[in-house]
Design a protein around this ligand. Structure first.
Ligand code: ADP
Ligand code: ADP
Ligand code: MG
Length: 510
């Protein structure tokens, strides 16, 4: 087993990994940015060692060489990337390998394959997973785009092959060549700056689908098991807000069929580590492959609660070369779990993210509750990091009990100082359709939750990010890249494309 692991991440996921390591007797090393007050980083306090990256904001967390250097200096034998930042970066996985440090995740080659949605779809097709109708190749030029658009017909989506975190997806609702070309060019520019790639493909838009995904674990030698499904249909901006396990929609037969297929997918790749195969499921219960996330996911705690298995522990054991003793038969399901992602966002204002200071903080406790958070009173919420403050995870025997428990927990939860999603979840937990499990990825648009919220008094804001508009993340990315460029590169020198892509990819998540 590893003696020491460097955690190349921050916030709640860094704490989650520290806690797993402590229970396994593994020492931990964390990293923190520069000029920011180190008291603000709970992971620095809870780990055995913590090193300064010497760069403000997210840049240090993307500095592959520096992170490897710190790992070597501290004597860490492995690096856990968490999610976001370098978690899906094949080149970083290779760099770790070159330096004889174990990257806790799949191989560089697997990461590169799965990081491109078109490539992932090719694999899915090979093993017989149903695909959403679409171009299946990157659209080369405008002429080809118009031709494919005529065949597929709106509504369809233009998607960045390397997109993630809900960014790089644009809907085309009606036939209008001029508008289509404009959106295509705009998305191309945006994805180039955000993900370092211009690859865009087309996918038919599925109306009111559910997002249902399967958690897998592979040993890298061909053994793969799954931990059942999670439903993540409550979303905004194509990114999840609430996740639950099991799904209130899947029947036994579908579960079995999808479970078999995800195992086949993992076996085809001789998949190593944790991974998630995402699907969209139509109102007619037909399911379609969406993409693979080759890393630990934000919503992994709901799976842990219904299976009783510590997924991070399993992930670390496999990375350390231990034999995978768990078999499919060992995975038993009981109870119901729900996770609510509490972002520092104002739901009534188009879910706009905020920065500021948490003036008062008190988390709920008690039976069936897990809090995954780095927050404390006086916590600063920085504009350049993901605005996720906390994940409230509840567990109970049945879905209705879970909902009652979540209501109780939100009544106890105090996060003062900046707007956050607690009022939104209180409204959601009183919505009949939600209570009935009648969900879809368009739930928030289709229901009247937001206008009801607007009537309520919202918590006082300390400081609000001035950037507005529907593409908040992108605006932040571009602004940040601009600042980074100004700060780092001497006048007149071109910033390297590689550097831009690295920064942009990750900043896109913020
Ligand atoms: P990301 O890499 O950003 O997670 P995904 O392809 O997984 O991108 O899609 C994210 C979300 O966008 C889905 O959960 C779903 O809500 C929506 N979405 C993606 N593709 C489609 C589609 N073809 N039809 C309808 N909704 C879609
Ligand atoms: P999950 O996929 O775990 O359900 P998210 O889509 O919210 O959750 O992603 C978790 C974090 O990782 C977010 O901050 C997101 O922006 C970031 N992220 C997701 N996909 C990518 C990617 N392809 N590249 C960089 N960051 C990503
Ligand atoms: Mg996805």
């Amino acid at each position: 087993m590893f003696k020491k692991i460097l955690i190349a991440n921050r916030g709640e996921i860094a704490l989650r990994i520290i806690r797993a390591c402590r229970e396994m007797g593994i020492k931990t090393v964390t990293i923190y940015p520069s000029s920011i007050d180190t008291d603000q980083f709970l992971e620095s306090k809870l780990s055995d060692e913590s090193y300064c990256l010497g760069e403000e904001g997210i840049l240090g967390y993307l500095d592959q060489r520096k992170i490897v250097q710190i790992a070597k200096k501290s004597g860490a034998n492995a690096i856990h990337p968490g999610y976001g930042f370098l978690a899906e970066n094949g080149d970083f996985a290779d760099l770790c390998k070159k330096n004889r440090i174990k990257f806790i995740g799949p191989s560089g080659d697997t990461l590169r394959k799965l990081g491109n949605k078109i490539e992932a779809k090719k694999i899915a097709r090979k093993i017989g997973l149903p695909l959403i109708m679409g171009s299946e190749i990157a659209v080369k030029n405008e002429k080809e785009l118009l031709k494919i658009a005529k065949e597929i017909r709106p509504p369809f989506l233009l998607k960045a092959a390397n997109g993630g975190g809900g960014v790089g997806i644009k809907i085309i609702e009606k036939e209008n060549e001029k508008e289509l070309l404009e959106i295509f060019q705009k998305l191309k520019r945006e994805t180039k700056s955000a993900f370092g790639s211009e690859e865009i493909f087309i996918e038919k838009f599925i109306k009111n689908p559910r997002h249902i995904e399967f958690q897998i674990l592979g040993d890298g030698k061909g053994k793969v098991i799954h931990f059942g499904e999670r439903e993540c249909s409550i979303q905004r901006r194509n990114q999840k807000l609430v996740e639950e396990a099991p799904s209130p929609f899947l029947d036994k037969k579908m579960k079995k069929k999808m479970g078999k297929m995800v195992i086949k997918f993992g076996q085809y790749l001789k998949y190593e580590s944790l991974g998630t195969i995402e699907f969209l499921v139509g109102e007619d219960k037909r399911f379609y492959f969406l993409e693979v996330n080759p890393r630990i996911q934000v919503e992994h705690p709901v799976t842990e609660l219904v299976t009783g298995i510590d997924l991070v522990e399993q992930q670390i054991k496999i990375a350390a070369g231990e034999e995978m003793t768990l078999g499919q038969k060992d995975i038993k399901f009981s109870g119901w779990a729900m996770e609510f992602r509490i972002y520092a966002e104002e739901a009534a204002n188009n879910f706009q993210p905020n920065e500021g200071v948490i003036t008062n903080y008190l988390a709920p406790t008690g039976k069936g509750i897990e809090i995954h958070s780095f927050c404390q009173p006086g916590q600063r919420v920085f504009p350049f990091f993901d605005s996720l403050l906390s994940k409230l995870v509840v567990f109970n025997k049945h879905r209705s009990g879970c909902i009652e428990r979540a209501k109780r927990a939100f009544d106890e939860y105090i996060i003062d100082g900046l707007p956050n999603l607690i009022p939104f979840y209180k409204a959601l937990l009183n919505n009949q359709k939600f209570l009935d499990g009648n969900l879809s990825t368009s739930f928030i648009e289709n229901e009247n939750l937001i206008s009801e919220l607007k009537k309520e008094k919202l918590p006082k804001k300390d400081k609000v990010n001035s950037q507005k508009g529907e593409n908040e993340e992108l605006a932040r990315t571009v602004a940040y890249l601009y600042l980074a460029k100004k700060k780092e590169e001497p006048k007149g020198q071109e910033i390297s494309r590689w550097k831009m892509a690295e920064r942009a990819k990750v900043f896109e998540e913020q």
